[in-house]
Design a protein around this ligand. Structure first.
Ligand code: 5GP
Ligand code: MG
Length: 446
């Protein structure tokens, strides 16, 4: 099971659940399928979880019921099959020594073994989420002290995790020793905040403090923030795809700004694969926007918005009964014929995954009269699935895993297709190359 997720936690705030709601609102792009908040007043916990987007799931009445000065929240997107309410997070275990809740972003790589072991030792596992396994291990290990429990538990867990825990009067954050997924610390007046991306700090008015370091556990209580790191140092493996596509451009992740990074990717792309005498650069909104800006700056070719996005589309909509060709693409992006007719255009994309969406978009551009359509992609070909929490299909479904670039060009129906090189991508990052996981491009799994 692979999933996207977003996390937000706050300790010591009068309106903790309201802040968590705002934080999740800003992180909605990290998962639109289900969301939830668990709040605690130190004695008991209150929870609300549901399928759907944050603005649909929560309202004033519900938030009022989520009492207490500490809260954690989660947004989740999962691939189909596991998209059921019981898999919504935060996941909570009611325990005689006190409730404990977990919110997880990432994907474990040893969950089958963990699941087997836990079952053998008598644990009843209720969901198909690997996040539940972490909490089951922790509850088993809890020798009175949560800190010792975490030091015992987390090294048994392999793969990618940024985690939030809420128990009694504690808010805890943790990041796996490779640091695959982001997690940062902020401060809102006297309250500590933990969030997947800084855009969530911005909305709540919290000030950025620092990242949770790879392998670090931060325990936040009325005594402040205590930091421990029970792991021996290992190679860092920050997810480079967070920069390419996933994170919001107004966020900083792993200390660096996403928007600026994407522009640099676009500039590098223009240097590596220029297009002569094009009429204009055209981003595919929204994700291709920032690389397109960089491409345009570097190539000195102007930008035009050849397609306009409808922003009011939910994740589910009713398909018309009579067949409209490329309905799913058309409802989201509408081409402007007057701009496209007889033009030679350079479409800048952040990434190509299956190639099917791009194919439909290019067909739409041609139907609108574009004369030549060239595509430039701001990352290398995606050839291998992600086991660390990005929702990539299996290798088979990744178009570049079994097809050459020339075959993909033909399939999508382009006049030319070029991808940014691995070096071009890594050199565009504002952090050293060795910091990143690039497994989806290289099959080099940390
Ligand atoms: P494709 O042509 O591969 O079907 O779709 C490419 C488009 O999907 C690009 O516009 C890209 O921004 C977007 N994309 C990239 N990664 C992901 C992802 O993990 N999930 C989804 N839903 N879209 C993605
Ligand atoms: Mg896109």
């Amino acid at each position: 099971m692979k999933e996207y997720c977003g996390l937000f936690g706050i300790y010591g705030h009068r309106e903790a659940s309201m802040q968590a709601y705002l934080g999740l609102y800003a992180l909605q792009h990290r998962g639109e399928e289900s969301c939830g908040i668990v709040a605690s007043n130190g004695r008991r916990t209150y929870q609300h979880r549901s399928m759907g987007c944050v603005s649909d799931v929560f309202n004033k009445t519900i938030l009022k019921k989520l009492k207490g000065h500490t809260a954690i929240g989660h947004v989740r997107y999962s691939t189909t099959g596991s998209s059921v309410l019981k898999n919504a997070q935060p996941f909570i275990i009611k325990h005689k020594r006190g409730d404990i809740a977990i919110a997880h972003n990432g994907n474990l790589t040893n969950s089958p073994e963990l699941r087997k072991k836990l079952k053998k030792n008598g644990s009843v596992i209720r969901t198909s989420m690997d996040s539940e396994l972490i909490l089951r291990l922790l509850v088993k290990a809890r020798s009175g002290n949560i800190k010792e429990g975490l030091i015992e538990t987390l090294p048994k867990v392999k793969g990618a995790y940024s985690l939030l825990f809420l128990t009694g009067d504690l808010l805890i954050g943790a990041r796996d020793p490779h640091g695959f997924r982001p997690l940062c610390i902020g401060k809102l007046e006297k309250s500590f905040v933990l969030a997947s991306e800084t855009c969530a700090l911005d909305l709540t008015g919290a000030k950025y403090v620092r990242e949770v370091e790879p392998g670090e556990i931060v325990i936040i209580s009325k005594n402040g923030l205590e930091s421990i790191n029970p792991f021996s140092p290992t190679r860092k493996a920050f997810c480079i795809f967070e920069f390419i596509y996933f994170a919001r451009p107004d966020s900083n992740i792993f200390t660096k700004n996403v928007y600026l990074t994407r522009k640099r990717l676009g500039r590098a792309l223009a240097r590596e694969h220029p297009v002569k005498e094009a009429d204009f650069i055209m981003p595919i909104p929204d994700s291709g926007m920032y690389a397109a800006l960089g491409f345009s700056e570097e190539s000195k070719i102007p930008i035009e918005m050849g397609m306009i996005r409808n922003h009011y589309i939910g994740r589910t909509f009713i398909q018309p009964s009579q067949h409209i060709r490329d309905f799913n693409v058309k409802i989201k992006l509408n081409p402007i014929k007057g701009i496209l007719k007889d033009k030679k255009i350079v479409v800048v994309e952040d990434s190509i995954v299956r190639g099917t969406t791009s194919k439909m978009r290019v067909r739409t551009l041609r139907e609108a009269g574009a004369k030549e359509v060239h595509m430039r992609v701001s990352c290398p070909p995606l050839i291998s699935p992600c086991y660390y929490g990005i929702d990539f299909p299996t290798a088979k479904e990744l178009v570049a895993s079994e097809h050459s670039i020339e075959e993909i060009r033909k399939f999508i129906g382009l006049d030319s297709l070029k991808y940014l090189s691995l070096d071009g991508m890594l050199n565009s990052m504002l952090l050293p190359k060795e910091t990143f996981c690039t497994a989806c491009f290289t099959k080099d799994y940390p």
